[in-house]
Write a protein that binds this ligand. Structure first.
Ligand code: OGA
Ligand code: NI
Length: 341
């Protein structure tokens, strides 16, 4: 049945039919490789030009990278992970108070991706929150566990700073002014998805999240340090991004692909399940202001002797976001709808 949480606390012994993917659309886990040269970037490095170059290479090649020494303390990260586990271990009755399958709600607990639209469901429950400005949303957030609001406020504030640092590096790595992104993206929104993937009886038949790209500007992912599941598509091949104990996984979203005029890619990624352990991830999404106009950065194409043309048309983030949620998650890259002819 669609629209039912799967984090029941009981182990599922069979996979319900609505989670079973057609044979042509299954994870084929034995064909997934390990990424040997996945970039690990030390944000405490004092050599700015090396850092900028590392970011450039990572964004151009993978659209994904990991950062260490990012400035968020181990303590707040551990607290975030434990309060998230505590949240999903609460009784079904307590959790259902927050349940909604309406994607326009700013705070909601849901399952799969977009249960009202999709034909096959995904083996995931998730809590979605808006985190900025905090005072506007914190009253909607779960009041259980009792420490939830305090921990998540602190965590999301600190993660926002990491995101801003990375946006500066990305701007510079494109040869733009350090505060280019900050200016263009306006007063950035911040959303959080706390993803919970219970052990799954048939990981070969279903996804936690099917292949998708993120519609926002930049994503900062905290992965469960012990359980693998994130995979990215590079040159047509799926690779596992296994957790590093002290790192955030950063990825370029569709908006930065547009701003970089396609130089940096918003890469397809997915989450797969396993039979043994629940997996938790906390995704923080930095989003342009609704009214921010996204367009390929002028300095990248405007010079007269430059043969590069802007490959995307101008659009507002509000327009983009509406389009994103009107589709299925695993359809064509949403940015394709915004190409210049
Ligand atoms: C997401 C996402 C990956 C994961 O929430 O957009 O890609 O590992 N999550 O949970
Ligand atoms: Ni994602």
């Amino acid at each position: 049945m669609a629209g039912k949480l799967i984090s029941t606390g009981l182990r599922h012994t069979t996979l319900p039919g609505n989670y079973v993917r057609p044979i042509s659309d299954r994870p084929r886990l034995s064909e997934v490789s390990q990424l040997e040269d996945f970039p690990l970037i030390d944000l405490s490095s004092t050599d700015r030009s090396v850092l900028v170059q590392q970011i450039h290479q990572a964004c151009a090649r993978f659209g994904f990278f990991q950062v260490i020494n990012h400035g968020v303390s181990k303590q707040i990260i551990d607290e975030m992970v434990s309060v998230a586990h505590e949240f999903f271990s609460m009784s079904m009755e307590e959790k259902m108070k927050l349940y909604s399958d309406d994607p326009t709600k700013t705070t909601r607990l849901s399952t799969s991706f977009n249960v009202k639209k999709e034909e096959v469901n995904n083996w995931r429950d998730y809590l979605r929150l808006h985190c900025h400005p905090i005072h506007k949303y914190v009253h909607e957030w779960p009041s259980n566990p009792p420490s939830f609001k305090e921990i998540v406020s602190k965590y999301s504030r600190e993660v926002r700073e990491v995101g801003f640092k990375i946006e500066e590096l990305i701007s510079e790595s494109l040869g733009l002014e350090k505060d280019y992104m900050k200016k263009v993206l306006g007063e950035q929104g911040q959303h959080m998805a706390v993803n919970y993937y219970p052990p799954c009886p048939e990981p070969e038949l279903t996804y936690g999240l099917p292949a998708h790209t993120d519609p926002n500007a930049l994503t900062i992912l905290l992965q469960d340090t012990t359980v693998c599941g994130l995979q990215i598509l590079i040159d047509g091949q799926w690779f596992a991004v296994n957790p590093h104990p002290d790192a955030f996984v950063i990825n370029i979203g569709d908006q930065l692909q547009a701003l970089s005029n396609g130089v940096y890619k918003s890469v397809w990624h997915r989450a797969v399940t396993n039979t043994e352990n629940p997996r938790l991830s906390v995704a923080s999404f930095l989003c342009p202001a609704d009214c921010a106009v996204m367009s390929p950065a002028k300095p990248l194409w405007e010079a007269e002797d430059n043969e590069t043309k802007p490959i995307y048309r101008d659009f507002t983030y509000a327009e983009y976001y509406k389009k994103f949620w009107s589709r299925n998650l695993d359809q064509e890259h949403c940015l394709e709808n915004f190409r210049n002819n």
